[in-house]
Ligand binder design. Structure first.
Ligand code: MOS
Length: 697
């Protein structure tokens, strides 16, 4: 394939995805597409009770079926080390932790035969009473030792109670968000194949290196035994950030039958086995002076986890960094239920937490009679409210002002329920946004070849974001060559230490060693160093450099503006316009960056109006575990999405000046829409999703 596009510098240009043609012509191979000789297929047998133990497993009928090689279960499964990853500790005991947990895996020559045999397996259970419904007053709620990603559970600065008691204006709101599932287009799929004491695993993951590391510890393998390959990934949104049962089952099964085994999960199985966003209940109390300046902010969040693993969504952490308040308290509680394990889903913490705080800020604006954009500007701050650290850069105010200008906010009539247009009530709303700008250690290798080409290897993952393209641009500029001279390889655990494609820190983390290794290689070539037959390679590990940075607060900022139209009769909500303005450090590729933000805003819209995983109290199953019943926003729901950037030069980040922009697009969008709902109808929407039943007047 030739690419005609070339210019220098490459960074800042809207280069189309390097693998785009391969993807749209079907040449790109996803994990479930890899052809291997002798490949057989595993099919999960899910538990049909929510809690209990397996009393007996009758696999006789399944084993007698044509094409069936084996049934994997607790009596023949390889032993695993208990590494504190309960969701992966499969077939090690007879416990059923939740509905849909694997109790066996059928291995057959085709997926169809494996599936048919799986349905013939008879499982008898000792059933126990189960508890699967989250509620904010659940007696089992407790304060965990820390919250995701190892943040403190509680922070408490100043005297919140005294400040609230003395405040001129008070807001006290309870906000609820439902369980939501990540639902990438490509389901989780893993294929494991042993050859010469090494197991190669083709899997759909945001983190090949981390998957290899976890499998090595879990199975007690010698270092170097596991090789994880993940060239293309059809979406992740967090639930491919860590290994899931499919990868463990594939390795177990390949070990048992001595042939390559593929395990692909079905959409309903994804709902039980790969993670989801916990439901949350949040209480936000704001105290302010008469002009709307905060004197006290308290944000308390409750969420659920499973009995397999303690995962606590950091929803209240959003309030630690957003608006100035001398008195600031945040806290979290969690309850362990007999449910599938909630994990990362795009902007964990910030996405639900921003619904709480940014909704409460709108209520404060109403209470003080201050414009909601102006209120946020009044509560802007130069230092991180909780820590007191300076921000590396914080251009929230510029995002708010530029967003207001683009959206046409000026002259907005603040009165609620004052704009009726035929059958539609109309309104507009705003919310701020931030997302941490993290950078983490990674290794990269840059190689000059004798034919004039360059190969750069880094254990990154391109989950559809355009990461491969952005890294190629950064590498080309560092080497001072056109982009089509650089081949950038990702998705391979053998490339060494790498950061997950998650937490919006992928490009920020991977670019550091990529650029440094490329600079070093260019210097060596310029000094006349000869290229050996297998190429001249420079390697860089950013661990030390990342650790040596100054202690400052690093965040991307943004502002979201929404217009809604609410059908007076049916409660149908439409969002004709969304505007997002972002300060995200350097924009390496404006085309793929915009796509990330359009995707995030769409997910925010989807979260505001549609997405809700419904837990069935009787079975412990998510009832709407398919894309017919679990509604995700489609093109028809998305109208005018406007994305813009404000300049955000920031040299306290990483050599690329990148803050990351995968997640900030979702943060604040549900609140902007809920705030617009109030403006349209005069009714506060404190619970998501704002479906017709909730929106009906
Ligand atoms: Mo994101 S939830 O860190 O993939």
């Amino acid at each position: 394939m030739t690419r005609t596009w070339q210019t220098a510098p490459a960074v800042g240009h809207p280069l189309t995805r390097i693998e785009g043609l391969d993807k749209v012509t079907g040449h790109a191979r996803y994990a479930g597409d890899i052809a291997l000789p002798g490949l057989v297929h595993g099919w999960v047998v899910p538990a049909t009770v929510a809690r209990g133990r397996v009393r007996a497993l009758d696999v006789g009928a399944a084993l007698a079926m044509p094409g069936v090689l084996a049934v994997l279960h607790r009596e023949n499964a390889p032993r695993l080390a208990d590494i504190g990853e309960g969701t992966l500790f499969l077939f090690q005991n007879d416990r059923v932790p939740h509905h849909g947990a694997p109790v066996a895996l059928v291995i057959a020559d085709t997926p169809e035969r494996a599936r048919e045999a799986a349905e013939r397996i008879r499982v008898d259970y000792f059933e126990e009473p189960h508890d699967v419904l989250f509620r904010p007053d659940h007696p089992g709620l407790y304060e965990p030792d820390h919250v995701n990603p190892r943040l403190p559970t509680v922070t408490d600065k100043g005297d919140v109670d005294a400040a609230l008691a003395g405040a001129a204006v008070l807001v006290d709101g309870e906000y609820r968000t439902p369980a939501q599932h990540n639902n990438a287009m490509e389901p989780h799929s893993s294929t494991a194949a042993w050859a010469e004491r090494r197991v190669t695993v083709f899997t759909s993951t945001q983190h090949a290196f981390g998957t290899a590391r976890t499998l090595t510890r879990l199975f007690g393998f010698d270092p170097g035994t596991v090789h994880v390959v993940s060239e293309h990934v059809g979406g992740g949104f967090g639930n491919k950030g860590l290994p899931r049962p499919d990868v463990v089952l594939a390795v177990m099964a390949a070990t048992l039958v001595g042939r390559p085994v593929r395990v692909t999960l079905t959409r309903p199985q994804l709902f039980a086995l790969t993670g989801y966003r916990t439901p949350t209940a949040q209480r936000v109390r704001l105290g302010a002076d008469a002009d709307g300046r905060l004197v006290a902010l308290e944000h308390r969040a409750a969420s659920q986890t499973s009995t397999l693993l303690e995962f606590t969504e950091q929803s209240a952490s959003y309030s630690r960094a957003m608006y100035a308040s001398g008195n600031l308290r945040t806290s979290h509680r969690v309850v362990a239920l007999d449910v599938p394990t909630p994990r990362w889903m795009r902007a964990p913490g910030e996405a639900p937490g921003s619904f709480g705080l940014e909704s409460a800020m709108d209520e404060l604006a109403e209470a003080c009679g201050v414009d909601p954009v102006e209120l946020r500007l009044r509560n802007d701050t130069g230092t991180e409210p909780e820590s007191g650290l300076p921000f590396s850069s914080r251009r929230l105010a510029d995002c708010l002002r530029e967003g207001a200008r683009r959206f046409g906010w000026a002259g907005r009539d603040p009165r609620p329920a004052a704009r009726r247009d035929g059958r539609w009530w109309r309104g507009t709303g705003v919310a701020g946004a931030h997302y941490p700008a993290r950078t983490a250690p990674t290794v990269a290798h840059a190689t000059a070849l004798r034919d004039g080409g360059y190969v750069v290897r880094v254990g990154a993952a391109d989950i559809g974001t355009g990461a491969r393209t952005a890294l190629t641009q950064l590498a080309a500029d560092a080497l001072e060559v056109p982009v089509d001279q650089v081949r950038l390889l990702v998705g391979d655990s053998d490339f060494g230490l790498a950061q997950v494609a998650g937490g919006s820190m992928g490009t920020a983390s991977w670019s550091w060693p990529v650029m440094t290794a490329c600079h070093d290689l260019a210097r060596r070539l310029a000094s006349g160093e000869p290229i050996p037959p297998d190429g001249l390679t420079s390697t860089f590990d950013s661990t030390e450099a990342v650790g040596a940075r100054r202690d400052v607060a690093r965040y991307a900022f943004g502002a979201h503006f929404a217009e809604v139209a609410v059908d007076v009769a049916t409660g149908e909500v439409r969002v004709p316009r969304l505007t997002g303005v972002y300060a995200v450090g350097r924009v390496v590729n404006p085309l793929t960056a915009r796509s990330q933000l359009v995707g995030g805003m769409t997910m925010g819209l989807s979260c505001a109006l549609l997405e809700e995983s419904m837990m069935d109290a009787g079975t412990g199953d998510f009832l709407n575990h398919n894309l017919a019943d679990y509604h995700v926003a489609t093109n028809a729901d998305v109208r005018d999405l406007d994305v813009a950037f404000v300049d955000d030069p920031d040299d306290e980040l990483n050599p690329a000046g990148v803050k990351g922009l995968g997640e900030i697009g979702i943060v604040g969008v549900p609140a902007a829409i809920a705030n617009a709902m109030w403006h349209a109808t005069g009714v506060r929407q404190r619970e998501l999703p704002i479906n017709p039943a909730r929106a009906a007047l």
